[in-house]
Design a protein around this ligand. Structure first.
Ligand code: HEM
Length: 516
């Protein structure tokens, strides 16, 4: 080839493009190698079955997800010398870790090296821009605006729960002597309590003709809200699972359900914005309402709606899941149930002699065994068992590399790191040989767990509603045990139970018990 011909080819646009890509690739490769050498990084082991473009593992993952055994499958992959591992999905390297030091690094010490990845795109059709969906400055602003709403005085308001618990108890009495699904009722209960706390008025999903109750107030779209909200959340969960393939989930039902949820939220936002200062003061005096406090900080209806729905998603299913798994294990462990009842009766009485007014934020904190039971339920069934972060720059995780897993691991910019607290919470290294057994007593001696116990996340994005959730769950447990001293498991399905994973985890098909 003559020099002129070669020059002609080399100056074509595609040759320049290929050349530039090659130079970029080589420069990037050298930069990564230098970075790896500087930090002493070594590769993590491959996830088992991750060969052949991860096709064998993906088919196992999909099967396990359908059967409600996804987190149990994840647990089976992790061994004492493999707490961090990786897989390639096409060209994308995904790291999985259950190592507490790695989680601490991502969530706290190197917080700024990570972001939420696609979360905003996944969840925005329902949630818009809020504390749960935003990164960076938007998140910081949301957090500082919402944080004061979770001060102790607000979360201490257990009185507001009592009317809803009374309605729940009507449903339970209706099922006396029968097997029924307690989880379904808990999901309705937490929707009713959280909408009252957030909107200033409950959605009253527990009110129905079976117990002869109609909602004390009604608005357009109220009766459809619960189903629409549940369906939307399922779609959001699927979009989150699909990561960059989220756009597959775009159907009419999803958008219709979002519209139904928005309609109700808009109604309450508009109502709060239309209050005169006097009316607002009067409405606030009836008890704490999140929305009424928030309108004192912003009058932007979109901001108000988005933040309300963000909190509703963050707080409702998580608390219902906690209550459901707690009762599931109490029903399987009669000794624990008896011990818990005794503690509750000692503090607050029972049956007709229940001292309801003694149940406060402070007195609930005095119930040590109740605390152990909730710790144990959240250990074995963390509401958010699997979570993700995406690196915003080349960075390093401290553990998981090399043969013995003790070397640092390179995390290239844009890498997804999945962390599975479900597996950490069942790791024998931290919880002993009986890590898979429900044994609340272990909390009497467990100490210095640090990041090996992480149901509420850690670092700057730690759950804002932790105290709120624990207070609500404690109150509901106390009231139910005071009134229903007999709990029998009516579940002969295999153990560990099948678990559904959408945005949060719950029992795949419900919690079947007899309660009287
Ligand atoms: C058992 C109940 C609950 C559990 C286990 C739980 C767990 C979590 C976890 C793991 C996160 C971190 C998510 C992430 O960053 O990827 C989180 C965040 C959050 N939670 Fe909770 N949560 C519970 C209840 C609640 C309740 C009742 C509320 C509010 C009423 C709430 C409000 C929030 C908020 C606002 C965030 C976002 C914080 C931020 O990104 O700055 N949570 N929660």
């Amino acid at each position: 080839m003559s020099a002129e011909l070669a020059f002609e080819y080399l100056t074509k646009w595609y040759s320049i493009l290929i050349g530039a890509a090659l130079i970029y690739g080589i420069a990037r490769y050298i930069k990564i190698q230098l970075f790896i050498r500087k930090h002493g990084c070594e590769e993590t082991p491959f996830l088992p079955d991750a060969k052949w473009f991860a096709i064998p593992i993906m088919s196992r993952v999909l099967k396990a997800k359908n059967e409600g055994r996804l987190v149990d499958l994840a647990q089976s992959f992790m061994t004492s010398d493999r707490r961090t591992t990786h897989v390639y999905l096409g060209p994308a390297r995904i790291i999985f870790t259950i190592d507490p030091e790695n989680m601490k690094t991502m969530l706290a010490t190197k917080f700024n090296d990570y972001a939420l990845g696609f979360r905003h795109t996944h969840l925005a059709p329902l949630l818009g821009d809020g504390i749960f969906t935003l990164d960076g400055e938007g998140w910081k602003h949301s957090r500082s605006m919402l944080r004061p709403q979770f001060a102790r005085e607000q979360v201490a308001h257990v009185r507001a729960l009592e009317p809803h618990v009374q309605v729940l108890m009507k449903h339970i009495r209706l099922n006396k002597g029968k097997t029924f699904d307690l989880q379904e009722l808990f999901f309705k209960l937490t929707l009713d309590t959280s909408t009252e706390f957030l909107f200033g008025e409950s959605i009253y999903s527990l009110y129905d003709s079976s117990i002869g109750l109609t909602p004390p107030t009604d608005i357009q779209g109220r009766s459809e809200f619960a189903d629409a909200f549940n369906t939307s959340q399922k779609y959001l969960g699927t979009r989150a699972w699909l990561q960059f393939m989220y756009w597959v989930v775009q159907n009419r039902e999803f958008y219709q359900c979002n519209a139904k949820v928005h309609k109700v939220a808009k109604y309450y936002v508009k109502r709060a914005l239309n209050f005169t200062p006097d009316e607002l003061e009067k409405a606030s005096a009836n008890g704490y309402t999140f929305l009424y406090e928030l309108v004192k900080q912003t009058r932007d209806p979109v901001v108000l709606q988005d933040q309300l729905l963000n909190i509703l998603v963050a707080g409702r299913d998580t608390t219902a899941g906690l209550l459901s798994f707690t009762f599931f294990e109490l029903a399987r462990n009669p000794d624990v149930f008896e011990k818990l009842k005794n503690e509750i009766y000692e503090h607050f009485g029972k049956g007709d002699e229940s001292r309801v007014e003694d149940i406060t934020f402070e007195s609930l904190k005095q119930c040590e065994y109740l605390k152990f039971v909730l710790n144990e339920a959240l250990r074995m069934y963390p509401s958010v068992p699997l979570n993700f972060r995406v690196s915003t720059k080349d960075t390093v995780l401290p553990n998981g590399g090399g043969k013995d897993g003790t070397k640092p691991v390179f995390v290239g910019k844009g890498t997804t790191v999945a962390y599975t607290v479900y597996c950490t919470h069942r790791d024998e290294k931290y919880y002993g040989k009986d890590a898979n057994v429900f044994r609340p007593e272990r909390w009497a001696t467990l100490n210095k767990l640090g990041w090996a116990y992480l149901p509420f996340n850690g670092g700057p994005r730690i759950c804002l509603g932790q105290q709120f959730a624990l207070t609500e769950a404690s109150y509901v447990i106390v009231r139910l045990l005071q009134n229903f001293p007999n709990l029998v498991s009516k579940d002969d399905r295999p153990y560990p139970p099948a678990k559904s994973m959408h945005l949060t985890m719950c029992h795949q098909d419900g919690i079947f018990v007899e309660l009287s």
